[in-house]
Design a protein around this ligand. Sequence first.
Ligand code: ADP
Ligand code: ZN
Length: 613
Amino acid sequence: MDFQNLSPEKPDTSGASPETVLRQVFGYDAFRPLQGEVIHEIVAGRNALVLMPTGGGKSLCYQVPALVRAGTGVVISPLIALMQDQVAALQQLGVRAAFLNSTMDFQQARDTENALLTGELDLLYCAPERLLQPRTLGLLHEASISLFAIDEAHCVSQWGHDFRSDYLGLDILARDFAAIPRVALTATADERTRAEIAQRLSLVDARHFVSGFDRPNIQYRIAPKTNANKQLVDFIKAEHHGDAGIVYCLSRNKVEATAKLLDSKGYTALPYHAGLPSEQRARNQERFLREEGVIIVATIAFGMGIDKPDVRFVAHLDLPKSLEAYYQETGRAGRDSHPSTAWMVYGLQDVIKLRQMLESSTGNDHFKRLERTKLDAMLGLCEITTCRRQALLRYFGDLLENPCGNCDTCITPPQTWDGTVAVQKALSCVFRTGQRFGVTYLIDVLRGSENERIRQSGHQAVSTFGIGADLSATEWKSVFRQLVANGYLRADPDGYGALQLTETCRPLLKGEETVHLRRDPAEKKATGRSNVREQVTDPVGWEALRACRKSLADEQGVPPYVIFHDTTLFEILASRPRTLAELAQINGVGKAKLERYGEAFLITLAELDPATT
Ligand code: ADP
Ligand code: ZN
């Protein structure tokens, strides 16, 4: 880190109003919901617990107070690999930021420590294990500290999947630095985790700021799986050609195969999973962040703390295990609040596989019950025929009054049909053939296929043979999928997907209940609303601005979005500023960036339009 670089540009913000800092340093016009309130609370010296969805704007909640209050703001963040980019982004804004972690050598660490002690830092990022070292704690006692921000605070929860034992030690801040305000931030929604954070970090009497969990710019779409690879390629080609995105798969093999597939179609697609050497993982993540239009194909191991704002789509080729996981993974799209897509395909085999995995897992009964409830909720979202966003938000305790208009079920409401008779036929076919067969065989029997296997087992003689010739094999698959998803049938956990009846199907078999099934929509092209590029009316200008941004980014060794977000670039293109003063009006153009990059962008614009110069 080069501190000589930092101080001269530093706008003096200490004691300024939060609004002034927002405008001058960050170049934004207004706070997002709750940001203003949280900042006010911290500036006044009080503690806070902040829950905001991914992309809600948590960072400003501590960055602005750190600039307004005297002293250095200390940010505790779990991911060393990402600190560097966060700090680089702040330095671009003229903020004096640095980090302390195990990647730096002795001298670098000393320089940073000295800068802290002499009051030359606005923000210091630090991993929890580093913070808890006696040496660091000693330093903090000597330095002037404006606040402590505990990012990804759900890491303190032992129930969550991101638990880090070092986070448990952070309650020392409450005891040893009682006079300094602390703010804990997370995107994890559920009530229990929130209570646990408050308790473990001694924030019980802190005010809780909970913002709505809706991500209105994300379009949710879930389609039945027909040919997953083709569906994925078609989707990207039609709607997100050239965009950055994440594709999630369950297994490493599938990650590798999918990355190869996309690569063969001309996309830059990089694999990311726990089986790769760590250097390669780091390199692929780095390319995803720095280059434009890179697709990461990953297992769930990828994503936490990735704050790349311009991820335009998240695609799932396999079903996540819970709505929590689905929401967290899809939430990585569109942090810059531009239209983005959460796209998923799923089919009968996914349902069977997940149910089998769950039943054959070694967990105790209580654990299995919990997991089963979670999987049911996930499957429920897939099969729902009303607004997906309303259902998602309801699950997280948020109420969305009206259907959203920006999910597939709102855009093309699915038809339902009275499946009572079909369901009776399907269930009784399972029963008559001895609950020993998988879905392909059952469909053959229902449709009266004359094949060798059926002849050998003598199933031409059962009463359900050929009674389902009125539906196609695809339609029957959809019936079976819905029966398994809704728990009327289960897959034999030890066998090869043999379907068995459960208790709940008794009234159906007896014809005491009518059933409405979802009619799977025919494959069709989606709305295209989520494609940002379609909003660009001047592609030449857009590419020129992007090229300008990319060359500035490469010069500095930072990702392009650290120079300007797409959002800012759009505004520049639309309003065509001619002077620095006009450019300064644009959202996302703060003082430091105006001075550094203003000229370059004005020149690019002038070259686009030679007549006016
Ligand atoms: P989170 O940490 O909650 O996921 P971030 O702090 O990374 O979200 O913010 C998401 C994006 O929104 C960032 O790129 C940030 O620059 C932008 N942003 C945050 N607050 C504002 C604001 N008040 N006006 C405009 N953009 C904002
Ligand atoms: Zn909807």
